[in-house]
Every structure is written in C-alpha cells, then in structure tokens.
Write a protein that binds this ligand. Structure first.
Ligand code: PSU
Ligand code: MN
Length: 333
C-alpha cells in the first residue's frame, strides 16, 4: 500500500514541498501571493521524502527546555548523527520566525539551544506562532503534527508527555495528538514525574497501540520497567514496520507508540528515583510551578539531585531511540 498523508495525499505533499523550495510569486496584479507555503522543508529532507528515502523527525523542546546547556546542543547534534548512522535523513523540527520548519540548519539548532526566551510551542500555539512570527521549540505534539503533514512516517524522542500527578488536571497535548496522528513514535515511555498508570489508561481509551521494542513492559524513561503492560512486543525494526503498515492499511488514524527501554548500563532504578522525585514535586508545588513550565522544572531538579545520573540516562536513551527509529524508517520506505 502506498502511504498517504492526510487530505488529498500526493497533491498535498507536492504542494508543500514545491512551495517550500521555490519562493512563492505573487500572481500578476496581486500584491501578495495567493498561497503561502505551510511548511518550510529543508531541501535535503524534501528530496528524501519525494524520493521515498527514510526520514526521521526529531523534536526541539527537548533541546531548548528538556536538557541543560551545553549538553543540549551536543545532544541535538548527536541525535542527527545517530539517525544518519541508522541509515536515514534527520529532520529536526521547530518554528523559526513564524515558519513551520522541517529540517533545521546547524545555526537554527544553535539558536534554540543557546538563546534565552525560546518558546515552547504545542499544537494550540502553532497558529499563534505563524501569525505572530515566533521562534520556538516544538513538543512531541506539534512536532508530529508537522512531521505527518510533511509526509514523514517515523519520529523519535526521549519521553512523551502524559497525565500529570496532582490535584489540578494537567494532561499533555501530546496524548490527544498521538490519538489523531498516524505516525510511528519511538520513545522510552513517559517520565516518572507523570502519573504512569493514568497515562497508560489514557492511551488505551484513545486506541493508541503500544508496542514494546524487545521488551514486554512499558519502560519508565530512566528505568527499564514500570510494571505496566504493553499491547504487543516486536523484536526488530521489520516487525514494527509490519504493524505500522497494518495500521495504515486499516486507515487507523492514531500513532503507533513504540517503547524502547533505556540501555541497561545507564538505567536509574525506580526506587532510587523516588526520593529525588518527591522532593522535586514538593518544590514545584511550593514555587507554584505549573503548566508548560512544569516538565522542564522537574527534569532539571532531578538531574541536579541525582548527581547527573538522570541526565546521562536521558541522553543515552535519546540516542538509542534515534538510531532504532532510523532502522524502522528504512523498513517503511
Ligand atoms: N520528556 C522529556 N523531555 C522533554 C519532554 C518530554 O524527557 O523535554 C518535552 C517534550 O517535548 C514533550 C513535552 O512533548 O515535554 C511535554 O510537555 P507538556 O507536559 O507541557 O505537554
Ligand atoms: Mn501541561
């Protein structure tokens, strides 16, 4: 089966790519172009998509807000290399000057990693960012929104957002976006800072299939296990590709969530994390930190209080996921 992006499929992709390549010219007698490109796709990425070569999308919130400097910039570059080592073209995604950009330049990545005041852009922010010309890093939600519309089939990250703990209901926009975006998402589950059982239930309710990559338990990010079940296991990239193809053949519109445990030698056992986490959560409540600021705050607190162990685990799993995502993308062309 030929994989079809949404709306009028091939025509849409041609429109997006052709318009991203050449500057849109105004029709004679008109002051502004009738149609503007919706996505700004880097030529290398656009060529790979058009020629049906493997591409892996990467998010940028993890660069701008999820990791401390200078490890964030190094990791962003390492993730792109890991995708290339795995045999695919990397497409790191963000919003640059209001342009929805698929495939960032080295300079754009540096800006996201080093400048202050970079926004965190979720799906609801996309139209605001476009209209007001923002610079911003994209979350899992907004990254897969763009990646899918560019015709990319595989996305890699560290951890997805989920249902937060606490009395105020806070559910990441990552979850509803996973429920309506047909793309393969490779990650290491959701972070321990979240309510993992509630997140697992949400995925089930909204029909997002969860496949354990060489594992039969949902990983808990820094830890290899959570005690929560996956829906099926896959042993290699070809098996994952098979499941995604079945989803597309059935016109299922949700993502395929592929969960990969952190490499064993970087694992931080869940019991060790508990103390660190409890303190970080108390701190967040004391300082009244909530909304989009909560995830980055908890991550940095935990890295500090674990002597860097959570940070090393985070970087190791990101790289591992990027490499596996590339192998899956190769099976899907
Ligand atoms: N998990 C990480 N690091 C991160 C994030 C998740 O280990 O930086 C980011 C991702 O971009 C994810 C976002 O999409 O946090 C979720 O934020 P929120 O809970 O505000 O939706
Ligand atoms: Mn939130």
């Amino acid at each position: 089966m030929i994989y079809a992006p949404p709306w009028s499929a091939a025509a849409w992709r041609r429109f997006v790519i052709d318009h991203a390549r050449s500057k849109t010219k105004a029709a004679p007698g008109r002051r502004t172009p009738r149609r503007r490109p919706i996505l700004n796709i880097a030529p290398e990425v656009a060529d790979a998509i058009r020629d049906h070569r493997p591409v892996v999308a990467l998010e940028s919130t993890v660069i701008a807000h999820g990791l401390p400097r200078p490890q964030n910039l190094q990791t962003a570059q390492r993730l792109q290399e890991a995708v290339r080592e795995g045999g695919a073209v990397p497409a790191t995604i963000a919003v640059i000057g209001g342009k929805l950009t698929v495939g960032l330049s080295d300079e754009e990545i540096r800006i996201l990693a080093e400048e202050s005041g970079i926004r965190k852009i979720s799906t609801r922010d996309i139209p605001l960012a476009v209209a007001q010309g923002w610079d911003g890093a994209t979350t899992v939600a907004s990254t897969i929104w763009m990646a899918h519309r560019a015709g990319i089939k595989v996305f890699a990250t560290g951890g997805i957002g989920g249902v937060h703990r606490g009395s105020l209901p806070d559910v990441s926009a990552d979850l509803p976006e996973l429920a309506r975006t047909p793309i393969t998402v490779v990650c290491s589950g959701a972070k321990i800072v979240l309510d993992l059982p509630a997140t697992r239930e949400w995925l089930e309710t909204h029909a997002v299939s969860v496949v354990g990559y060489q594992c039969d338990e949902l990983p808990a990010f820094y830890s290899r296990g959570s005690g929560l079940p996956v829906d099926a296991s896959a042993n290699d990239p070809a098996e994952v590709a098979n499941i995604f193809r079945a989803q597309r053949d059935l016109s299922i519109e949700s993502a395929l969530l592929v969960v990969v445990p952190v490499p064993a030698k970087f694992e931080v056992p869940a019991e060790e994390l508990q103390q660190v986490l409890t303190t970080a959560l108390e701190d967040a409540e004391w300082k009244e930190i909530s909304g989009p600021a909560l995830t980055p705050f908890l991550l940095s607190q935990m890295a500090e209080r674990s002597g860097g162990a959570t940070l090393r685990a985070n970087i190791a799993l990101l790289e591992n996921n990027a490499r596996i995502a590339a192998q899956i993308a190769r099976e899907l062309v």
